[in-house]
Design a binder for this molecule. Structure first.
Ligand SMILES: Nc1ncnc2c1ncn2[C@@H]1O[C@H](COP(=O)(O)OP(=O)(O)OP(=O)(O)O)[C@@H](O)[C@H]1O
Length: 559
C-alpha cells in the first residue's frame, strides 16, 4: 500500500474503502467503487496512480504528456480533486498535476497542455474540446481513466461526450481491448479504468460496460465505510463488509437498491404548508445558530433565481423590524451562494471561502451536491426537494463525512409526504423534526405560544408575525421584489419539471400559487405575479421580434 499519501495529509489509517480498493487498483484491475459519501474515494484512486507514477521508468517527464485522466461532473469538484492531487504530489515535483474545465481560458489551457500535464483532472465537455482541437495535447501514454461521480456525469447529459472521449482515447471496451493493444502495439500503454460513486444506477451500467474490462466491484456498506479496524474513531461492523464481486456482465439489474448513507447522519423531515415555508426556514436557521454559533449549514434550492433571492434576503433582512431596539441581520452569519449562473470567478471564490469559514450558511443549487468536501458542515437543509433519491443521498452527503456526525432536514409540503415512501424504497428513512417546539423558542412580546393551540402553521403568531415582516420588507425594496418575482416564476417552472413518477408526488395542480407567492414574501395575488411575468415574456418576445426584423432588414440591405 502506498505510504506517502498519509504522511502529507496527516492520515493515520486508510478508510475502509481505501483499504479494500487500493490494493486492487494497484494490481491493475478495472474497478467499480460504490461507497458512501465522504469515505475518502478521491484518495482511493489518486494514491495508486501516484504510487505507480513515482516509480515509473524512465522517470515521468512533462513531454510524456498525460498518464492519468480524472473526469468529474462539475468545476468545483475539478478544483477540489486538483487540490488533493497537488498535496499528494508535493514530494514528486516531476509529476505535474493540472486541470481543464468549462469557464476557464481555452488558450491558457492549451499552453498548459502543450507543456505537458501528467495527471489531468477535467470536466467532460472541455476535455472533448481539447481532444478535438488541441493538437499538442499528448496522451499516447495514457494508462488510467477515472470517472468520479460517474452517474452524475451521465445525468448531466454528458453520455455522448463520454462515448466520444472513450473512442478518441481508444479506450472503448467493445471496440478495443487493452490486452489487444499491448499485444499489437508496444508504444500504447495498457489501460485501467475506474468508476466511482456513492450512488450507482442503470445509467452507469452502460458506461461500465463500454469502459471497464473484466472489472471488480467494491461495495462498501455505510457501517464499515469509516476507516480501518485499527482505529476506534469510527464504528465498524466487520460482518457487513461486502465481498468484492466480479462484474463481467453488469451488476445493475436491480436499480431500486439501497443507497449508502453516512452512519452518523441524523435525517429528518419537516412538514410545512407552502405559505409558511419562508418564515419557517428563517426560524430554523436562526434557531440552529442560536444553539451553536460555530457551525456551517448548506441549504439546497431548486433554481439559481431562488438562490439569488434567498441570498439577498438573508444578507439584508433586519430583525426585529421597525423596532426601537437595535435591529440586526436575522440570521447573523456570513451567507454565501453558489449556482451555475454565477460568474466563473465568483463560483471559485465562494467555494474557497466557504471551505475556510467556521460559521456560515451556503445557499446552493445542486452544483454543490456532488463530491464537494466542505469541512465541518453540520447541517444540510433541503428547502426544495431534490427530486431523484440519488440527489437526496448526495446532498445529505455534504455532512457527516468520514465518521463525523451531521444532521439533515428535508422540507416537505403536506401534499408531498409520499416522497418519504419513495425514499424508503431506497432504504432511506427520516423522522419528523419537532417544528412547533422550535417555534416555541421565539416568544412574542415575552409571551410563549404553546404548540397545541394552533390549527395551522400559518396561524402561528410567530410565523405570521415574521411573515408580515418579510412581506413589508420585500414590498418596500423594489430590487428584492424583483428577485422574489423571478424566483417565484422559476420555482414554479422547476416544480413542473419533476420527472416521471415524481410528478405524482409533486403535483403542480395541487399548488396554490397564492401560497407559493407568500413563500417568496410576495403580497400580490398569484395572477398578478403571473400576469406581470406573462407581460414581461410578451414584451421580451416583441423586442426579440423587432430586433430580428431590424437585423433582417440590415442583412437585406447589406446583401
Ligand atoms: N485515510 C483517511 N483518514 C482520514 N481522513 C481521510 C482519509 N482519506 C480521506 N480523508 C478525508 O476524508 C474527506 C472525504 O474524502 P472524499 O472527498 O474523497 O470523499 P468521497 O468518498 O469522495 O465523498 P463524495 O462521495 O461526497 O464525493 C476528505 O476531507 C479527505 O481529506
Amino acid at each position: 500500500m502506498p505510504t506517502f499519501w498519509g504522511q502529507r495529509m496527516r492520515f493515520q489509517v486508510p478508510t475502509q474503502v481505501q483499504a479494500k480498493a487500493i490494493p486492487l487498483i494497484l494490481s491493475g484491475r478495472h474497478v467499480l467503487v460504490n461507497a458512501a459519501t465522504g469515505t475518502g474515494k478521491t484518495i482511493t484512486y489518486l494514491a495508486p496512480i501516484i504510487h505507480h507514477l513515482q516509480k515509473h521508468e524512465p522517470r515521468v517527464d512533462r513531454f510524456h504528456g498525460t498518464f492519468a485522466l480524472v473526469l468529474v461532473p462539475t468545476r468545483e469538484l475539478c478544483m477540489q480533486v486538483y487540490e488533493v492531487l497537488q498535496k499528494l504530489l508535493h514530494r514528486f515535483h516531476w509529476i505535474v498535476p493540472g486541470y481543464i474545465m468549462g469557464g476557464e481560458n481555452r488558450s491558457k489551457e492549451k499552453a498548459r497542455l502543450r507543456k505537458g500535464i501528467s495527471v489531468l483532472v477535467a470536466t467532460p465537455g472541455r476535455l472533448l474540446d481539447h481532444l478535438k482541437n488541441t493538437s499538442s495535447f499528448v496522451y499516447t501514454k495514457l494508462q488510467w481513466i477515472i470517472f468520479d461521480e460517474a452517474d452524475r456525469i451521465l445525468e448531466l447529459g454528458f453520455g455522448k461526450e463520454i462515448e466520444e472521449i472513450l473512442d478518441l482515447l481508444g479506450s472503448r471496451q467493445n471496440k478495443f481491448h487493452s490486452k489487444d493493444i499491448t499485444a499489437t502495439d508496444s508504444s500504447v500503454c495498457p489501460r485501467q479504468n475506474i468508476l466511482l460513486s456513492a450512488t450507482l444506477n442503470e445509467k452507469v451500467n452502460h458506461l461500465a460496460k463500454i469502459s471497464l474490462e473484466n472489472p471488480v466491484m467494491i461495495g462498501i456498506d455505510h457501517k464499515t465505510a469509516g476507516a480501518n479496524p485499527a482505529t476506534k474513531q469510527f464504528k465498524l461492523v466487520d460482518s457487513d463488509i461486502e465481498d468484492d464481486e466480479e462484474y463481467p456482465n453488469g451488476f445493475l439489474s436491480s436499480s431500486g437498491g439501497d443507497y449508502k448513507l453516512p452512519e452518523l447522519l441524523v435525517q429528518r423531515y419537516v412538514k410545512v404548508s407552502c405559505g409558511s415555508r419562508l418564515a419557517v426556514l428563517l426560524s430554523i436557521l436562526k434557531n440552529l445558530f442560536e444553539r451553536a454559533a460555530l457551525q456551517k449549514i448548506v441549504v439546497f434550492f431548486s433554481t439559481c433565481d431562488s438562490v439569488n433571492f434567498h441570498y439577498s434576503l438573508l444578507s439584508e433582512f433586519q430583525w426585529p423590524p421597525n423596532s426601537p431596539e437595535k435591529s440586526s441581520q436575522m440570521v447573523g452569519y456570513k451567507t454565501f451562494r453558489l449556482h451555475g449562473n454565477m460568474q466563473h470567478e465568483d463560483r471559485r471564490t465562494t467555494f474557497q471561502a466557504f471551505k475556510t469559514e467556521k460559521s456560515a450558511v451556503l445557499l446552493s443549487t445542486d452544483v454543490a451536491a456532488r463530491g464537494l468536501d466542505f469541512p465541518k458542515v453540520r447541517c444540510i437543509i433541503q428547502y426544495d426537494s431534490p427530486g431523484e433519491a440519488t440527489e437526496y443521498v448526495h446532498r445529505v452527503g455534504r455532512t457527516a463525512r468520514l465518521g463525523e456526525s451531521g444532521d439533515s432536514l428535508l422540507f416537505l409540503q403536506p401534499t408531498e409526504m409520499d416522497y418519504l415512501k419513495d425514499l424508503e424504497k431506497h432504504g432511506v428513512s427520516l423522522t419528523q423534526y419537532p417544528l412547533l417546539k422550535v417555534l416555541e423558542t421565539f416568544p412574542l412580546q415575552g409571551k410563549k405560544h404553546p404548540a397545541k393551540k394552533f390549527v395551522s402553521l400559518d396561524m402561528h403568531p410567530w410565523v405570521s408575525f415574521l411573515q408580515k415582516g418579510l412581506e413589508s420588507f420585500i414590498s418596500a425594496e423594489p430590487s428584492m421584489k424583483k428577485l422574489a418575482k423571478d424566483a417565484f416564476c422559476s420555482w414554479v417552472r422547476a416544480y413542473t419539471a419533476h420527472r416521471g413518477d415524481l410528478k405524482r408526488i409533486f403535483m403542480v395542480k395541487k399548488l396554490h400559487l397564492g401560497h407559493v407567492a407568500r413563500s417568496f414574501g410576495l403580497k400580490e395575488q398569484p395572477s398578478l405575479v403571473g400576469k406581470s411575468h406573462q407581460m414581461q415574456m410578451k414584451k421580451r418576445k416583441r423586442d426579440q421580434k423587432q430586433k430580428g426584423l431590424s437585423k433582417k432588414r440590415r442583412v437585406t440591405k447589406k446583401m
